[in-house]
Design a protein. Structure first.
Ligand code: ISL
Length: 574
């Protein structure tokens, strides 16, 4: 097995809370994943990334961990995880766990000890700071700096008992660890080795580029209208992140002696930094999740401020990443995950007439680019955003805090609703739609968040094994990556980059050439004739429909929102 085995694979993300509920308590669980492993096998994916199942007060749905070596009873037991690892391995699927070590839960034993007194053993494992000079702790403006939390409010929480503040970039129940403390790092590496010894095959590292905080914790810039200073530019990708990841590699992976995969979640990372993080010679991580393409539609007032995005802008961004990482480094490819809106509603067209076609076409593009594609649960069914309408519809701490903060500042909820509907993380967190039946077959109890009403049309039962379905298209794309080295290992040539509706590129490897053509509009697209020169006798290896393949090969026209992948030994147009 080559060291870079992950170049030819597809990863499937399970957000366990919303995947499948085996015991009827309304929350998905590990046994639910075990019961539905057949779905992943059928799709053909190689790796399962499991979002956190560790012990947690669930303030941020498990991204607040109180015991890294324990499983939350909500999700099951350690034995269930052992069984999941074994069953996944039997099915030829590797298991990658979430690693959340920028912060712990405030209920983790390390933090409980840390806050117990100023000279506790773990005091310097977290960021404790006195009030700002001349201020009284706990009063407005006394925070050590002006940083805002990602989940609204100050990033500092006052601790009356010990008379200091602690830092939390996320919720106040997610205190940040001090990575410059070697004891913290040693404890994290030991925990990672413990999981690898149990059989897991790697880690997805949560906000791993935020672990290096700047010396002196300076104030962040405050733009007009900002309630708090911007911490993000100051904490994103500090220089020591590279050192820590190299150290981690040496301490955890260098002597593992079997295949593994590491992916660093890195908001704010640019392509140049990503090349450094993923250059195999530097031994940091195999790939990163970059955020540029999912931030393009973010307006100046933050994530719920939505600006229109054209296909051309999206394409320009992702194709630039393709080019910049073509010789060194490796891309992760994703349209959505548990933090992002549903891909078809955001980048496709979720009108019932176009939904399936556009969901399939998004799949075609992502899965034929160079990099490792990630499928987020339900994406392979074309699941959509949710028609939220009231404050009570939201569960996510980020949305709930935002609604609370904004309405308290006098903004009517109706003004917030469009942004929330578009981008609330709850869009991705409604239950996977297995059937047209009650609660979409997710649970026999009451789901923790209601299923999306359209489960009657969009569900696995209606798609698996059904020709022309979104699921079967994704299955064909996964198979293509396994079979066709031009997809997994080929070079990429962006084509027709000035076309407003056609996303086109070539792939090439050892004499095999592919031409990917994808329409991002309802109208038929005339393919520029020069693109098709030399492709007359080509084979359509994957297409969203027979019509799409025939349309391109016989008339040079791609029907609305359709896509084809042609294979030939012809010559790629320049
Ligand atoms: O959605 C976001 C907040 O605006 C993102 O910035 C998100 O917080 C960021 O992608 C980091 O996400 C990861 O860490 C968070 C957790 O809430 C997310 O679910 C996780 O994917 C804190 O652990």
């Amino acid at each position: 097995m080559p060291r870079d085995w992950w170049k030819g694979v597809v990863v499937y993300q399970v957000y366990p809370r919303s995947f499948a509920d085996s015991d009827g308590d309304g929350v998905g669980d590990i046994r639910g994943v075990i019961e539905r492993l057949g779905h992943l096998e059928r799709l053909g994916v190689d790796v399962l990334w499991l979002s956190p199942v560790y012990c947690s007060p669930q303030d941020d749905n498990g991204y607040d961990i109180s015991d890294y070596r324990g499983i939350d009873p909500l999700f099951g037991t350690l034995e269930d995880v052992d069984e999941l690892i074994a069953r996944a391995h039997d099915a030829g699927i590797r298991l990658v766990m979430d690693l959340v070590v920028n912060h712990t839960s405030d209920e983790h034993a390390w933090f409980v000890d840390s806050r117990s007194s100023r000279d506790s053993e773990h005091r310097d494992w977290y960021w404790w700071r006195p009030p700002r000079k001349g201020h009284v702790g706990g009063e407005a403006g006394a925070e050590p700096n002006n940083w805002g939390s990602f989940f609204s409010g100050s990033a500092w929480e006052w601790d009356e008992a010990t008379g200091e503040y602690y830092l939390h970039l996320f919720s106040r129940k997610q205190p940040d660890l001090v990575w410059s403390n070697p004891d913290v790092r040693a404890a994290v590496y030991a925990m990672m080795r413990w999981w690898l010894a149990r059989g897991v095959d790697g880690f997805r590292m949560d906000v791993i580029n935020l672990i290096d905080k700047p010396d002196g914790l300076p104030d962040g810039d405050k733009k007009l209208g900002d309630l708090w200073g911007q911490a993000f530019p100051l904490v994103s990708t500090g220089p020591r992140v590279h050192d820590y990841l190299q150290e981690m590699h040496g301490q955890v992976f260098a002597d593992l002696g079997r295949p593994y995969l590491t992916v660093g979640e890195m908001p704010g990372v640019d392509a140049e930094q990503a090349r450094l993080f993923t250059d195999p010679a530097r031994r940091e991580v195999d790939m990163v999740f970059q955020f540029e393409h999912v931030d393009l539609d973010k307006g100046p007032s933050g994530k719920f401020d939505i600006v229109p995005l054209t296909m051309a802008e999206l394409r320009a961004n992702l194709m630039r990443w393709q080019v910049e990482l073509d010789d060194v480094g490796w891309n992760s490819l994703y349209w959505d995950n548990h933090d992002q809106p549903r891909a078809v509603s955001r980048f496709g067209d979720d009108d019932p007439v176009w939904r399936e076609r556009s969901a399939k076409t998004l799949g075609t593009v992502l899965h034929t680019l160079r990099g490792t594609p990630y499928v987020y649960q339900g994406e392979e069914l074309g699941m959509t955003n949710v028609p939220f309408s009231a404050p009570e519809d939201f569960r996510d701490i980020e949305s709930v805090n935002y609604i609370r903060e904004q309405t308290a500042a006098g903004v009517p909820f109706s003004d917030l609703l469009p942004g929330l509907r578009f981008r609330s993380r709850d869009n991705a967190r409604t239950p996977v739609q297995w059937t047209a039946g009650e609660h979409a077959g997710f649970t026999r109890g009451e789901p923790w968040i209601p299923v999306t009403p359209n489960h009657e049309e969009i569900n696995a039962e209606a798609q698996v094994g059904v020709e022309g379905s979104v699921f079967e298209h994704y299955r064909a794309l996964v198979a293509l990556r396994h079979e066709e080295r031009a997809v997994s290992h080929g070079t990429v040539t962006p084509l027709a980059m000035d076309h407003p509706d056609l996303w086109a590129f070539g792939r090439e490897h050892e004499g095999t050439r592919l031409l990917v053509l994808a329409s991002f509009t309802r109208e038929p697209v005339e393919v520029p004739p020069e693109l098709l020169e030399g492709w007359e006798g080509a084979e359509a290896v994957v297409a969203t429909s027979g019509d799409a393949a025939a349309g391109v090969l016989t008339h040079g026209v791609l029907p609305g929102w359709e896509s084809v992948v042609l294979r030939s030994s012809g010559t790629l147009a320049e």
